[in-house]
Ligand binder design. Structure first.
Ligand SMILES: [Zn+2]
Length: 362
């Protein structure tokens, strides 16, 4: 681009379209996720800390097919507009495993899935969240839409936290590799709507306390997603790119072989695998069971090694995303087995009377 043309573009951006996102390079628009004063203004420390009751996992039950009270077609136009995301740019398409960070900066994104299927209610591992908060650490949570609905207070607390980013983990943990376009949309859209409805509740409570201005820091929509089972298809990736969701996986399966190894062994393996720009997969829904112990050790090791924790959207701005066409846990193809194990296109826990693997799935 020649110099006069560049000046012209700059003038256009500065004076004519100051708010246009297209005029801002990736690093220029500040990312915010919540507000400390908002959080402490709405909840007491004890309410935020929660209790052991938060970790209780519900039994497998009849599938719950219900969706949020409003679907996109029924939403007020301004709210609907706030949920529309721009298509994913070419450099972020595909399945993102990690980010090749500029300058090799020692940053890592520790991420937690909050999975919930149609026939169960998952828990909330409050000790994990408390640990992160006690050390003022950033993290990203990929929440199922149905999980958000069954844990509204916890979702609001996560949304309001200045260091936590929320992403989508589909409505009922759908295996998108097995779904057609309409089914994929039926997993993604209600999840975004559920988030928006809870954000409205956050606005209502904040305004009642004179904290309305603080809510502007909470993103209006979920902006990243994680595939249940790490499974996708060409169709799913195209649909997600069109709908505006970068697809985030991991290069470190943080709870690998948790049923056979001790937390110390798992943490040692994690720390050996983590490099600048790594994305670590864990869960905060009280399944698997050793995550808190593993995380405690991993965080200590990262601190010793001089790593800084960042949110996913921050990490994406720090370098070039490394992508693959098909997601996996640790080796390509190692997640294909879940297509047969979880019925209802991934949305159901198998019949508990039938044997099935206990390997945790994202
Ligand atoms: Zn999951």
């Amino acid at each position: 681009m020649n110099a006069p043309f560049r000046v012209l573009i700059l003038a256009f951006c500065l004076f004519l379209l100051p708010a246009a996102a297209t005029c801002l390079s990736a690093g220029e628009k500040p990312l915010t996720f919540g507000s400390g004063p908002l959080q402490s203004g709405l909840w007491t420390p004890a309410e935020l800390a929660g209790s052991a009751a938060d970790r209780v996992i519900g039994a497998v039950s009849a599938p719950d097919p219900s969706l949020p009270p409003y679907l996109p077609a029924d939403l007020p136009p301004d709210l609907l507009a706030s949920l529309a995301l721009p298509p994913v740019p070419p450099e972020l398409r595909g399945v993102i495993r990690r980010v090749n960070v500029r300058g090799g900066r020692k940053v890592v994104a520790v991420t937690f899935d909050l999975c919930e299927r149609a026939n169960n209610v998952a828990g909330y591992e409050n000790r994990i969240i408390n640990l992160l908060r006690a050390h003022k650490l950033k993290a990203t949570f990929f929440a199922g839409g149905k999980w958000m609905r069954s844990h509204p207070e916890k979702t609001l607390q996560l949304m309001a936290d200045p260091r936590f980013e929320l992403g989508s983990h589909t409505w009922t943990h759908g295996n998108l590799a097995l779904m057609d376009q309409a089914q994929i949309r039926a997993q993604m859209q209600p999840t975004q709507v559920q988030y928006a409805l809870l954000r409205q509740e956050l606005v209502r409570r904040a305004e009642a306390r004179g904290l309305g201005a603080r809510v502007a820091r909470v993103p209006q929509a979920l902006r990243v997603m994680r595939l249940p089972y790490g499974r996708s298809s060409k169709l799913a990736l195209e649909e997600l790119a069109r709908a505006g969701y970068p697809v985030i996986q991991w290069d470190v399966e943080g709870e690998r072989d948790e049923e056979v190894h001790s937390p110390a062994t798992i943490a040692r393996t994690d720390l050996a695998l983590i490099r600048p720009g790594s994305i670590v997969l864990m869960h905060a829904n009280a399944v698997p069971e050793k995550t808190f112990e593993v995380l405690t050790r991993v965080l200590k090791g990262l601190r010793k090694r001089g790593y800084e924790l960042v949110t996913l959207s921050e990490l994406l701005r720090m370098g070039k995303a490394e992508t693959v066409a098909d997601g996996y846990f640790s080796e390509p193809g190692d997640n294909l087995q879940y297509d047969a194990i979880f019925p209802g296109k991934g949305t159901l826990k198998p019949d508990p009377t039938r044997p099935y693997t206990t390997v945790p799935v994202p």
